[in-house]
Design a protein around this ligand. Structure first.
Ligand SMILES: *Cc1c(COP(=O)(O)O)cnc(C)c1O
Length: 423
């Protein structure tokens, strides 16, 4: 099997991208779904902007190589094809949770009988908190107005159940593209179509799919979306996020206005009444954090050069290979682990999730002690994300081998069942 891995690496058309990333020393890094790695291109664009600040001062807003004043719009354009956004539909701004507030405050307009937000019980906690807060902002009670699609197995969602809950009291549907724990990919095209049949606007959090999977927001007619840039988009810790608004909504009023959402040509007229830009940029709130955001330029160069379709193809091959190895090397009950990520390619994102009712945390610690970086999600999940741009099939083989050895030798017993603040 090791030979098979080496052979796959040799034939891999994306293999050369690895040398453009800084891989932490003596580490097999399979946590790119949580924090992607730094590339030389991202480092370069960051240092360039730092240098512009040094040499240009305030003139950088218009005289930077990529003028800071237009940075958010231009990076949005650079990323548009990744998610199938049309002109003006994508802007690089805010952070995921801030963008959820900015978007949901506009798109959640409870009226008459339609007062509820339909979400799911497995979404990322920050998304849940934001939705609860938005319901309270409208003077309503989240306990009554937030409908959560239940999971049948505690890990995944059933799309038919989601659709059956799109009833005539629902004012907005808000869902993740890929579930952060199990890695299930929802059929965004179908869910959008079903929501629209019932006249319900729909938005997605694509933090776990952007940069790993192609999207067609515009073609699918998605009303709005947001996604962070520090996972598969490799922007760096807390990097600026993206915000998508379908062009059919450009005239709608941003409900969390700020001066960077003003009509660009008139922003510096400093007028007292807000007049929003008629594109996704209208939802910007503050000055862009250009320094922290500057990595994205370099990072997108690499992703665009590789192409999102090629990235997706390799990512699926890698997770398939990992599944195959786990089944071969840990025959029978796979050491008590269950692969909870859906089996079909069309239903899974970029990582593989393994659940164990008792020892997931300890095994995760044992992997880390061996220089492998996956991550743990409470209460029982280990996530492994082989990233197309910088991981190798050989590394996947090493991860599977380590897992087998740890389980066979019971090496995990050396580690406590106690979580650190970030695992
Ligand atoms: C990563 C992630 C977030 C993170 O939110 P921040 O505001 O960037 O801290 C939120 N929601 C989902 C679904 C995520 O995957």
């Amino acid at each position: 099997m090791e030979n098979k891995a080496l052979e796959l690496d040799k034939k891999d058309p994306l293999a050369h991208f690895r040398s453009r990333f800084y891989i932490p020393e003596n580490t097999i890094y399979v946590d790119g779904n949580s924090l992607g790695l730094l590339s030389v291109n991202a480092e370069k664009s960051l240092l360039r902007v730092l240098d512009e600040w040094k040499s240009l001062g305030i003139k950088g807003w218009l005289q930077g190589e990529r003028p800071w004043f237009y940075f958010a719009e231009q990076i949005g354009e650079m990323a548009a094809d990744l998610v199938g956004a049309g002109p003006g539909e994508l802007i690089f701004t805010g952070t995921t949770t801030v963008n959820i507030h900015a978007l949901v405050s506009t798109f959640y307009q409870p009226q008459g009988k339609r007062t509820k937000i339909l979400a799911d019980e497995l979404n990322f906690p920050s998304d849940m908190y934001a939705l609860q807060g938005q319901i309270r902002q409208k003077g309503l009670d989240p306990k009554k107005e937030l409908l959560l699609t239940p999971s049948h197995d505690g890990y995944n969602l059933d799309e038919d159940t989601i659709v059956s809950m799109m009833t005539d009291d629902v004012a907005l549907v808000y869902l993740p593209s890929v579930l952060y724990a199990s890695g299930q990919l929802l059929d965004m095209a179908r869910l959008t179509q079903e929501a629209h049949k019932r006249n319900i606007p729909i938005g997605f959090d694509c933090s776990h799919s952007a940069g790993a999977i192609p999207h067609q927001f515009s073609q699918w007619g998605v009303d709005f979306a947001t996604f962070c840039s520090y996972k598969y988009l490799n922007g760096g810790p807390g990097c600026t996020a993206f915000l998508y608004v379908n062009q059919k909504h450009f005239d709608r009023e941003p409900m969390t206005p700020g001066w960077f959402g003003f009509v660009k040509e008139k922003q510096f007229d400093m007028l007292p009444e807000f007049e929003h830009a008629r594109h996704a940029g209208g939802w910007q709130i503050s000055s862009p954090g250009v320094l922290g955001a500057s990595t994205m330029e370099g990072s997108l160069q690499i992703i665009n050069e590789a192409g999102i379709d090629a990235i997706r193809e390799k990512s699926l091959r890698m997770t398939t290979f990992l599944k195959h190895l786990i089944r071969e090397m840990l025959p029978g009950d796979h050491g008590g682990f269950t692969i909870i990520t859906p089996e079909e390619d069309l239903c899974r994102g970029g990582h593989l999730a393994l659940a164990h009712p008792e020892i997931a945390l300890r095994v995760n610690e044992a992997l880390k002690a061996r220089g492998i970086v996956p991550d743990f999600r409470a209460p029982d999940i280990i996530r492994i994300a082989p990233v197309a741009l910088y991981n190798t099939y050989h590394e996947i083989h090493q991860v599977a081998t380590a897992l087998k050895e740890i389980l066979e030798s019971k090496e995990y017993l050396q580690y406590e069942n106690q979580r650190k603040p970030i695992s």
